[in-house]
Design a protein around this ligand. Sequence first.
Ligand SMILES: [Zn+2]
Length: 135
Amino acid sequence: MDRLSVEDRSRQMSLVRSKNTKPELAVRKLVFSMGYRYRLHSVGLPGKPDLVFRVRKKAIFVHGCFWHRHEGCKKATIPSSHIDYWLPKFAKTVERDREHLNSLGALGWKTLVVWECELKDADALASKIRTFLEE
Ligand SMILES: [Zn+2]
């Protein structure tokens, strides 16, 4: 059984959510190795996208599958306890993500969401990112 209290769990999860997470670092490294240069967490853009390509007006978000509820993904599990606590939290995160993407779109930015689980296939992810940046 999960012995963490809701508070502990919440604290643990907020660490997971903080910037410079592992998946984000992995995506940065990949994109850098592909020869692209970017800015990080551009202030002034909705949602502070993780990687920002100003000249191209494109932005990439790296999302953890659990927190951001990657649809149909094995990692997007639902905690077995405190469901009434987690579900609204998840809903809020998903809603906020959608708002950020919409706002960026309204400002003329193109966005790509990279899911944590996509890092398992770096080649496929690299070609997805290249297509996004070059289209
Ligand atoms: Zn996923």
